[in-house]
Design a protein. Sequence first.
Length: 251
Amino acid sequence: MKSMSKTLGSLLAIGVLSLGLAAETTPARRYDSDIESRVVKQLAEKKEFHYLRATTEDAIVTLTGTVDLYQQKLDAARKIRKIDKVAGVRNLIEVSSTVPDSELASQLARKLHYDRIGYGNRFNYVTASVNNGVVTLNGETWDYVGRDSAVSLANNLPGVKDVVNNITVAPTSGFDDDIRLRVTRAIYGDSVLGRYATDPAAPIRIVVENGKVSLYGTVDSAMDKQIAGMRANQVFGVFSVQNNLAIAGRS
């Protein structure tokens, strides 16, 4: 009788142990080895990913290592997410290039100033601040293409470690589009302000949302700023004008 009890106890113990081992091997974990080998193969196909490493646990891939550009960090994670059976990506990749914040801010400001010339860039106003390589983008664009273009400029600038995108996109509105065109004609058609049209980056930016106009950029004098605000206010359909024009030489 005692012998049977011992045997039954041993069988129960083995059964519990087997259940424990089965619980540890989750369905996701069964694919970890295969996922990791495919991830390594995918990374090896691109030169910019040669310094990356990958580990997999429960179908979650962790990427580490270095790349030259922030955009490459994003691209690597995007590429791995497309692999079959990958449940998620933990992106711990670091950007190796380093540029002083002041230099980064200056470079990005110039790129944003001339971004999308000839494609409605005078209706976009985007600013960038930099802190420890992290770029924060603020402002508003006429459409999503303008927003995405500004973000892409930051993502591909050497030295940028991360990008915080706070850019808003103006709502689609034929009424606002009409105001944009008429305010543009009113400002650049003025005999005093017409000279600003020679700058391809359009120093007077015209941002419109629900009939409300905001002016940004830099003009040569307080009189020019005043005239620009006045001309915008005279346009039919404009509800209000916020004149944010800066005057050259003044902080």
